[in-house]
Design a protein around this ligand. Structure first.
Ligand SMILES: Cc1cc2nc3c(=O)[nH]c(=O)nc-3n(C[C@H](O)[C@H](O)[C@H](O)COP(=O)(O)OP(=O)(O)OC[C@H]3O[C@@H](n4cnc5c(N)ncnc54)[C@H](O)[C@@H]3O)c2cc1C
Length: 312
């Protein structure tokens, strides 16, 4: 089986595996370049000086630029893809030559996919519990006009080329808070899924209340699992709001059900308008800004692929 990558054809693997020949003219392998990068050769010129890559036919230049730009990403394979309905798909990825690293619940990975000969990068929160080390699980909503999510949900398969980062991000379950109220809008539930799975797996006794808003009853694709978790672990609670039927969460609901208390933190993840409304209502209900955490799925990525810091 051959996979085509730019000018180069690589047998049985994607660029980034140690034995991949990156420069045919000089027979330089990926491992050799990565070793040099590890020793501090971080520019094309420095690598060319040491190995003469790019100096014969020059065809390897784009690949080496990509390798330099992705030193922190590992080649990965798609091991499972499963539709959960309503445009939501669950994926499992595994790095090819590296272990799956344990995460903190709520962290995300950067996922790169090769679409029409270009690497496209997006961030996705892990839904796997923190201790899971056989594969990274993510759950993705297909955006009707989105470039990456549409490709990933509709077309990507085990033959597609992927690279992934290690888990990262600061929107995580903080050990010092004994109680969490998590307000999720739509696919913004993914960090809460990782958190609840982790708490259940650890037998952690802190209270965690997920209040999840989504348009229709069928939108709650994790409902059966969440009901099972809450039945087995009474400190975990869920409130599901099919907003087209019961309306949106109102400031009065917050006043009544979610009063601030010492040691309780509020976590928010969902569409911008949802988070702005909930934050305002929480502040009106007496919560301090210091007790509110937010994750923005609409955040842009920096040039190196990391997620730009959210405004407070
Ligand atoms: C830390 C973090 C964690 C995340 N976790 C998750 C997760 O767990 N699950 C998940 O599904 N997503 C998650 N995301 C969002 C994800 O990274 C992508 O932004 C999302 O999948 C959309 O990418 P896309 O390439 O499909 O859309 P893009 O092509 O980047 O488009 C972005 C948005 O603009 C709209 N758009 C694009 N073109 C047009 C146009 N011409 N006119 C009007 N609108 C347009 C799209 O519909 C889409 O809503 C996360 C983001 C961050 C920053």
């Amino acid at each position: 089986m051959f996979r085509e990558l730019g000018e180069l054809q690589i047998e049985n693997t994607a660029i980034g595996a140690p034995d991949d020949i990156v420069c045919n003219c000089t027979q330089t392998t990926c491992a050799r370049l990565q070793a040099l990068m590890g020793q501090g050769c971080t520019t094309l010129e420095q690598l060319a000086d040491r190995t003469h890559v790019t100096m014969v036919c020059g065809g390897c230049k784009p690949l080496i630029e990509e390798l330099l730009g992705s030193a922190s990403l590992a080649v990965a394979e798609l091991v499972k893809k499963e539709s959960l309905g309503l445009g939501i798909t669950r994926f499992q990825f595994r790095p090819v030559n590296q272990p799956v690293t344990a995460s903190l619940p709520g962290q995300h990975i950067l996922l790169q996919g090769r679409i029409h000969n270009h690497w496209v990068t997006r961030a996705y929160t892990l839904t796997s519990p923190a201790a899971q080390t056989d594969a990274y699980e993510i759950t993705v909503k297909r955006e009707e006009t989105g470039e990456f999510s549409r490709w990933l949900c509709d077309r990507a398969d085990e033959e597609s080329l992927f690279r992934i980062s290690e888990p990262q991000g600061e929107f995580v379950l903080e050990e010092r808070f004994p109680a969490v109220v998590f307000f999720a809008g739509g696919i913004g539930v993914t960090p809460a899924i990782a958190m609840m799975r982790t708490l259940a797996q650890r037998g952690d006794n802190r209270t965690f209340h997920l209040d999840w808003s989504a348009p229709y009853p069928e939108s709650f694709v994790f409902q059966p699992e969440l009901e099972q978790l809450t039945a087995q672990h009474p400190q975990l609670r869920i409130t599901l709001r099919p907003t087209r039927r019961v309306g949106k969460l109102q400031p009065a609901d917050l006043q009544q059900h979610y009063r601030p208390s010492p040691g309780t933190i509020a976590m928010l993840c969902g569409p911008e308008s949802f988070m702005a409304a909930i934050q305002e209502a929480l502040l009106q209900a007496g919560w301090t800004a210091a007790a509110i955490r937010q994750e923005r799925f609409g955040s842009h990525l920096n040039q190196d692929g990391t997620v730009q810091k959210n405004a407070p």
